[in-house]
Design a protein around this ligand. Structure first.
Ligand SMILES: [Zn+2]
Length: 224
């Protein structure tokens, strides 16, 4: 009678266990690198060919890019809407890039528009920005931050910024197959704003008051 395993069988069991451990380590390492390692063009201001490549994959109306690491790569749903935000500040695009590069803030947007009407890309459309305090919305929406040229009050935005917002939204719709923007004043429409998803004033009374007009202007361009 024999109780237990022979010496050679022990060796086999150990080899098997070692094999399992090895495979586990390998799988965990692969998962870790896949989730942690971002392309090296993320997290800094882009210029030249790198800027051109990012603009080429997103809105050609953008003239600036500083891609934020604060995002999900790629986004979890197909783009079918646009969500409007205001900065609550009058930042230049480089200042927006710096702010979104700070991983402690855990905030970003696909695009931002400064008070001169310049458009910057901060999270590529293929990826999911952290903008609306609502991951379900951020997965489906292209999010846009607009600078305020007056701080406080009704949080005014410049005409140049609003005009750029109209063109950017029309371009996003065209490239993503959104036939029409619908503003219903709540989250049932596909033109939404931050306030519909969180307890915030964003995008401020002034810009929120012009969202219906924004939808009309964008739809005119989509019919052209
Ligand atoms: Zn917001």
């Amino acid at each position: 009678m024999q109780f237990g395993l022979k010496k050679s069988e022990f060796a086999n069991v150990w080899l098997l266990l070692l094999g399992f451990a090895g495979v586990t380590v390998l799988v965990l390492t692969l998962c870790w690198t896949a989730s942690e390692r971002l392309p090296d063009y993320i997290g800094r201001e882009l210029a030249g060919e790198e800027l051109a490549a990012v603009v080429g994959r997103n809105s050609s109306l953008a003239e600036y890019a500083w891609l934020s690491p604060c995002a999900d790569f790629p986004r979890a749903a197909q783009i079918d809407s646009i969500t409007i935000h205001h900065m609550g500040a009058d930042l230049q695009l480089a200042e927006v890039g710096e702010r979104f590069a700070n991983q402690d803030r855990r905030t970003s947007a696909n695009y931002a528009i400064d008070s001169q009407g310049r458009i910057g890309i901060f999270v590529e459309e293929a990826n999911q920005a952290w903008t609306s305090s609502n991951a379900t919305n951020d997965a489906r929406a292209v999010t846009v931050e607009v600078a305020n040229d007056q701080i406080g009050g009704d949080w005014h935005v410049s005409e140049a910024a609003f005009a750029a917002l109209v063109e950017l939204c029309a371009d996003v719709c065209r490239r993503n197959g959104i036939a029409e923007l619908t503003y219903t004043g709540d989250e049932r429409g596909n033109l939404t704003c931050h306030r519909m998803f969180a307890n915030t004033l964003c995008p401020g009374p002034y810009l929120e008051g012009r969202l219906g007009e924004l939808a009309v202007a964008v739809n005119e361009r989509l019919r052209e």
